[in-house]
Ligand binder design. Structure first.
Ligand code: UDP
Length: 240
């Protein structure tokens, strides 16, 4: 295998499947099986889970559909990630994977508080760790949380599982000549304004030399392929 320890970022949207909101059981089951294939190889998997399928502080406020201030909205978004984390933990445990949740906002009955040493200990024991509540601070996203947690647990790579299979020169849904890029530097990703990951995440990744791979998580077997070193998706890395 190429990547012994990875951090998988699963967005809330990925968990809602075709639904407009909430969780999709088939998807949760499918992702749990993807994780199992990788754990069975002896790889260590940590997960940062998003919350956009339940609540996204910022966009709701922009749309003016609901009057909740940004900070409160962001806390609601962080709590949404906790709901997702508990749901995904259940699906992983149902197929025999020992899974711990660590949270950036203390809630002792539900999850361990975040702690990098304990997280690494779990990973070394073959357990999966799900990080929830983002960074515990408003004005951040779970993408940024994913980069930070990956750096803290010394992950070899950050994997962003999405419904697109990588980064394209232009929007592939609008332009039939859009070309998929195999490799791209953080500088390029930042300057192209790539939206698949937020910009703060790219900057942090660049400063800390953390490679990221954007790949299609919905295609069965892809997670294992990426961990094994198959070049699917787009790799974003520091310009050498
Ligand atoms: N959020 C936050 N701080 C964090 C992580 C998340 O305030 O460290 C809030 C923010 O409102 C965000 C919401 O939680 O919109 C859900 O996270 P995100 O949008 O990153 O989820 P995803 O897009 O991955 O589903």
């Amino acid at each position: 295998m190429k990547y012994k320890r990875s951090l998988l970022k699963l967005s809330g949207e990925a968990l809602m499947g075709d639904n407009e909101f909430g969780l999709h059981s088939t998807r949760l089951q499918q992702y749990a099986e993807e994780v199992k294939k990788v754990v069975d190889m002896g790889a260590q998997v940590a997960i940062v889970i998003g919350g956009g399928n339940i609540f996204r502080g910022f966009s709701r406020i922009k749309e003016k559909t609901i009057t909740i201030n940004r900070i409160k909205g962001d806390y609601m978004g962080m709590l949404a990630t906790v709901i997702n984390g508990i749901a995904f933990q259940s699906y992983l445990e149902n197929i025999g994977i020992c899974t711990y949740i660590q949270t950036a906002i203390r809630m002792d009955e539900i999850a361990e508080p975040f702690g990098k040493d304990r997280a690494i200990h779990h990973l070394e024991k073959g357990r999966v760790v799900i990080f929830v509540a983002g960074l515990g601070n408003p004005y951040f996203t779970t993408d940024t949380a994913a980069v930070l947690r990956a750096i803290e647990i010394r992950a070899d790579v950050l994997l962003k599982g999405t419904r697109v299979d990588g980064i394209y020169t232009t929007d592939p849904e609008k332009d039939k000549y859009a070309k998929k890029l195999k490799n791209i530097s953080f500088d390029m990703a930042y300057h192209m304004g790539i939206r698949v990951m937020d910009q703060t995440a790219f900057i942090l990744g660049n400063e800390n030399d953390l490679p990221m791979i954007i790949f299609d998580i919905n295609r069965k077997g892809n997670f294992k392929k990426v961990i094994s070193g198959e070049e699917i998706g787009t790799m974003v890395s520091k310009k050498k």
